[in-house]
Design a protein around this ligand. Sequence first.
Ligand SMILES: Cc1cc2nc3c(=O)[nH]c(=O)nc-3n(C[C@H](O)[C@H](O)[C@H](O)COP(=O)(O)O)c2cc1C
Length: 314
Amino acid sequence: MQTNKITSLFNIKYPLIQAGMIWASGWKLASAVSNAGGLGIIGAGSMYPEVLREHIVKCKKATSFPFAVNVPMLYPNLEEIMEIIIEEGVEIVFTSAGNPKTYTSILKEKGIKVVHVVSSVKFALKAEAAGVDAVVTEGFEAGGHNGREETTTFTLIPMVKEKLQIPLIAAGGIATGRGMLAAMILGADAVQIGSRFVASPEASSHQNFKDLVVKAQEGETQLTLKELAPVRLLKNKFFNDVMELYTTQPTKEDLIGLLGRARAKKGMFEGDLEEGELEIGQISGLINEIKPAAEIVKEIITEFQEVQKEIISF
Ligand SMILES: Cc1cc2nc3c(=O)[nH]c(=O)nc-3n(C[C@H](O)[C@H](O)[C@H](O)COP(=O)(O)O)c2cc1C
């Protein structure tokens, strides 16, 4: 593969980025993906500041290739987290769920490359104006927290591409080489893949959750809790409890009350498939096997290259 805007920006071999994911992407997954030629990301959203420092230190030991840290800006300890990132010499930061203006210039002054995750053209333009190096455009299909507008990956990529000068990384519903090629034909310079990497031994998620992701079929996830922070969940008992509460026209406080604390940890990290919150994308219906991260990267790139030849030859 030749270089493009994203491989040159991050100094990586393939324009394939493993998404930052709470309770899934620690140093083991991030370093495995970076060693395989992609860009691995440590998900800081589920880590106390000192835990994050530990993951960064271990990741630096486990790979000599670039890696990044994802910081969802809605969590507490933001200032401390950014200080650790700067102190530990992290070279690339992906921010999400917040205003890109807050930290972009501070990080860039330290020579850090900054990418912001968006789910609409409006927010992509705001991120560009804030001075980020690239944006991740995340479609409605994606696992985890998501946009309210429900814009799909297939429509979001060309709409953002038309308006933005900076590189674009597509996310949401991509798990194969064909998906990656489709996103790049639509105008993406790289892809960010989340759900596929949950089903890997290196992901820190609980085995119960990984097994359920592999079993999941089409139609078994849904975007919900829009009044709080829209999130795509696997339909389990907790999800059904949320649906039942909706039939009573709940207030925001009622929803917060049901959600409680540490639901995501309970489901994805502790493996409570009934009471926990299970975040995964629509593409889980296509994920049938737990595989080492390096194999996932290899499989995606090989399929990308083969299909590219098929298309060119017809
Ligand atoms: C289990 C899980 C946890 C996630 N946690 C985060 C997070 O902490 N920060 C973030 O910006 N996005 C998070 N996401 C979204 C991913 O970064 C990524 O954009 C998304 O998974 C891409 O869509 P896909 O799942 O269809 O590949 C999460 C996704 C999943 C599946």
